[in-house]
Design a protein around this ligand. Structure first.
Ligand code: CO
Length: 497
């Protein structure tokens, strides 16, 4: 066996372990009986331990050192080896003691967060969070960074992204999107009543399956189930699973959730199966993953063209409820812009203000400009400044998201990045496919999927996000594309108001 074959086999075996653990997670979120939780935690810990040992083994290190100096590799193989070396060297920076301390701290913080949120009392969470932030600061030091401690954590989720990059993006959000939204919300709201009458759950489910099929999701290599929070998980390109949720009195919840997860899933189904286990068979980053889900959810699924193409099908399922409505009515109702407290329910414009608050807060925290105890006051002031709303209690404020209790700092900006990349990719797709709008109006998304496959999916992790963006669109990530999209769509939507 050649060295490269040996490397490939080793990585595939690690991936087998990781995907087996992922399958247990999927089961836990969907069908596992409540009583199974204790043993499941044990099984997951065992698999995580095995995976960690394999990922950091001396044998793999030696193999990578040899391969780094191997001249017979082609460009793709070299890129794979470089990526694995980077991952390997990073994993080796963590001592076993640090990993165990961090993992114990995260479980305590998670439990404290749950109680604090239920009682809406930040003081219950604060001491655990303080300890967690200290450990995460240590992690930044051991990982290393050039300018800002937070860079080390951003790198984990979005390789190549720096605190400076994110600051520059939010400067534009602050100077352009904030005043644009202020103007929109000064106008009367479109009615959303249409979305909140009774819609049979079974029929909503059938419609969501219909949409997934139309998008090109392949049910031979995937399935959809129900869970509390929708998510996508995969065990290779040949088994990709999405979940959705259905609320009888909220028509948009299931549809937009399914389209969003469908976008994530199409990316995973489009990764090259021949590269299983290798970086070239993996998604690039959280930001690029989110660009795929947001492109389908927002640029496609919340467009008038999409609803022109799908309305008659939806009306077949709900003839009574929709007898006096049009595609335009659905389009207006699912695009209402309104400042709100809860991030996951936010519209696609004010959503970025929620993320901006979290980023500013994390930055201040890691620069030691604020202490953990000051988080609620900092949070509430920013919500007043950017969204113009008062936060009545911490459970609807700084305690709403689970992420910090998991130690996920430097994570939130990837959500904004996803939307901004999506706008830029979609603008390029429209340029490359002049008939795209017309096709979407007729419920045909095949050229769009083909474009995404050819330009993004097939490369796996071959390029970093920044490089991919330049290769696909000819320029760096540029916030103007999102702003143009927002102006065109919401300018029209609110012009008659
Ligand atoms: Co997503």
């Amino acid at each position: 066996m050649s060295l490269y074959e040996e490397y490939k086999t080793t990585l595939q075996r690690i991936t087998d372990v990781n995907f087996s653990a992922a399958l247990l997670s999927w089961d836990q979120e969907t069908y596992m009986p409540a009583g199974g939780a204790e043993l499941r935690a044990r099984q997951q810990a065992t698999l995580a331990g095995i995976s960690h040992e394999m990922t950091t083994s001396e044998a793999l290190g030696k193999l990578l050192d040899q391969l780094e100096n191997e001249n017979s590799l082609d460009e793709k193989q070299k890129a794979n080896v470089q990526q694995t070396l980077k991952d390997y060297r990073r994993a080796k920076k963590y001592s076993r003691a640090f990993v165990e301390e961090l993992s114990a701290c995260i479980s305590e913080a998670f439990n404290a967060w749950q109680e604090a949120k239920a009682k809406s009392d930040f003081k219950i969470f604060a001491p655990k969070l303080k300890k967690l932030v200290e450990l995460k600061r240590k992690e930044c030091e051991l990982l290393g960074y050039k300018e800002h401690a937070l860079d080390a954590l951003l790198e984990l989720h979005e390789p190549g992204l720096t605190t400076k990059d994110v600051e520059l993006l939010y400067n534009e959000v602050r100077s352009e999107l904030v005043p644009f939204v202020k103007n929109i919300i000064s106008k009367p709201l479109h009615s959303q009543d249409l979305l909140h009458i009774s819609y049979d759950k079974g029929k909503q489910w059938d419609f969501s399956v219909h949409i997934l099929k139309q998008m090109g999701f392949d049910f031979n290599y995937g399935r959809q189930d129900i869970s509390v929070h929708p998510f996508t998980i995969n065990f290779g390109a040949q088994d990709v699973r999405v979940t959705t949720r259905i609320d009888e009195f909220n028509l948009s919840d299931c549809i937009t959730g399914t389209i969003h997860e469908g976008g994530h899933a199409l990316y995973e189904q489009g990764l090259p199966n021949s590269e299983y286990g290798l970086p070239s068979g993996e998604a690039i980053s959280l930001g690029i993953h989110e660009s795929q889900s947001r492109l389908w959810e927002n640029n496609v699924g919340r467009s008038l063209s999409f609803w022109k193409g799908q309305f008659s099908e939806l009306k077949k399922s709900f003839p009574e409820q929709l007898k006096n409505s049009t595609a335009e009515d659905i389009f207006s109702a699912i695009n209402v812009v309104q400042p709100s407290l809860i991030r996951i329910n936010a519209d696609e414009l004010t959503y970025h203000f929620h993320i901006m608050v979290r980023f500013e807060l994390e930055k201040a925290l890691f620069e030691n400009k604020i202490q953990v105890e000051e988080i609620p006051a900092f949070w509430n002031q920013r919500y007043k400044d950017y969204l113009g709303i008062d936060v009545p209690k911490d459970s609807e404020g700084c305690l709403q998201d689970v992420h910090w209790s998991h130690g996920s700092f430097g994570y939130f900006p990837t959500y904004s990045l996803g939307s901004f990349y999506a706008a830029q990719f979609f603008a390029k797709a429209k340029k490359d496919i002049p008939t795209l709008e017309k096709e979407i109006e007729s419920g045909n998304y095949s050229s769009l999927l083909k474009w995404l496959r050819e330009n993004i999916h097939q490369y796996g992790k071959r390029y970093e996000a920044k490089e991919l963006c330049e290769r696909v669109t000819g320029e760096k990530l540029n916030f103007n594309y999102f702003m143009e999209y927002a102006k065109e769509k919401y300018g029209k939507l609110y012009s008659d108001k």
